[in-house]
Design a binder for this molecule. Structure first.
Ligand code: 13P
Ligand code: SF4
Length: 368
């Protein structure tokens, strides 16, 4: 972000006095605004949000559920999105022009989404299509900017989430011989591997070096993985899995597919945040679980299952710092600004981007 952008953002920063309010006072003020607005306002919350925010969510979900909810809800005038920037952009694109999407703290980005920009993507596409011709279809994880989604939509591809990646990759490979999967190499690799594609038929595109890292026969290449990752999920390692199993051979290990291939292959299960929640909900009392995903969610699962023994796969894990930017003071501030008629943190994706990105989003939603 440039200095100019930061100066512009100063105006949109939450006034300091919000930090001095008591929790009780903030909670009461949020409650009463929600009451006054009724169905005119909705607060969706991603599973990685903190409890202080999630307690006010009208709807919680994984990325797919939140996108589906945004498309379905035609009633709310204001959608105060408790999640990160790309999710709020997706909600804006899937809702009508009359609905306003607000992100309570504009600094709530996603470092993985920032690992693919348009210039890099265009350079990559040019080189790959020069080399492989019209044999590639692009897919992007929803954890990407609206511009990248538009690029993918314009080239006949689709978005994916961790809940539906298998269906979408299968569909894509029925359309073209190869896929370019942005920006998370791990979700792409784990999904393709689960579909039976050998690692020897996958390559990595390095967007910094503008280079395809592949040693196999070009004819066999099926999956081109963008060299991006989630810095939260890369902190789970095979050492954690080995140490956990050594300490307790009965414990079951469940991880998010943003973890590396090595970690996912050693775990018992892998899946989206919804899949992790559902698996633990359906497990027997007394079972033991070690979970490899973001801390706020792991802590919430631990609290809601006192009859099971649950821990984080990495006890020294940091939470997702950008998800954590959305806190109670920011939620209250954004609601009060809406009530004053001066909303801040409004997410408006330009029309020319929306039109193409919707192509990619709708393709995904129709497949799932
Ligand atoms: P899901 O909720 O779709 O599993 O995604 C996890 C995530 O990293 C969101 O940023
Ligand atoms: Fe992005 Fe990872 Fe945080 Fe999800 S957990 S928002 S992928 S940085």
């Amino acid at each position: 972000m440039s200095i100019l952008d930061l100066i512009k953002m100063e105006d949109k920063m939450m006034p300091a006095h919000y930090k001095t309010l008591t929790e009780k006072e903030m909670e009461e003020r949020v409650q009463s605004i929600k009451k006054r607005f009724g169905n005119r306002l909705i607060i969706p919350g991603h599973h990685y949000q903190k409890n202080e925010v999630i307690q006010f969510a009208d709807f919680t979900g994984d990325s797919l559920q939140l996108a589906q909810m945004a498309k379905k809800n035609t009633e709310a005038e204001y959608i105060v999105f408790c999640g990160v920037h790309f999710m709020a952009e997706t909600a804006d694109m899937l809702t009508s022009k009359q609905q306003t999407v607000v992100l309570p703290d504009m600094r709530a980005g996603c470092s993985m989404a920032d690992m693919a920009n348009m210039q890099q993507t265009e350079r990559c596409w040019e080189q790959l299509t020069d080399r492989f011709g019209d044999t590639i279809i692009p897919l992007t994880y929803v954890n990407s900017t609206a511009e990248i989604k538009a690029f993918v939509g314009m080239h006949g591809g689709a978005t994916v989430t961790s809940s539906n990646a298998k269906e979408v990759v299968k569909w894509a490979l029925s359309q073209k011989k190869r896929i370019l999967f942005l920006p998370d190499q791990h979700l792409g690799r784990n999904t393709a591997f689960d579909l039976g594609i050998p690692l020897t038929e996958m390559a990595v595109w390095d967007p910094i070096e503008d280079r395809l890292d592949y040693e196999g026969e070009a004819e066999r290449l099926q999956v081109i993985l963008w060299k991006g990752h989630c810095s939260v999920h890369e902190k789970f390692t095979t050492n954690h899995i080995e140490a956990t199993r050594k300490r307790d051979p009965e414990i079951k290990i469940i991880v998010h597919p943003e973890c590396t291939r090595e970690v996912v292959s050693l775990a018992d299960y892998s899946g989206s945040t919804k899949m992790i929640i559902d698996t633990i909900n359906q497990s027997e009392p007394g079972t033991k679980w070690s979970i490899g995903t973001e801390m706020n969610l792991v802590e919430r699962i631990i609290e809601s299952h006192p009859d099971k023994q649950i821990e984080s796969l990495n006890p020294y894990m940091c939470p997702c710092l950008t998800m954590n930017r959305i806190d109670l003071p920011h939620l209250l501030w954004s609601l009060e600004q809406i009530e004053k008629g001066e909303p801040v943190g409004v997410i408006k994706v330009p029309e020319e981007v929306t039109v193409h990105a919707l192509g990619a989003l709708d393709r995904m939603l129709s497949l799932t």
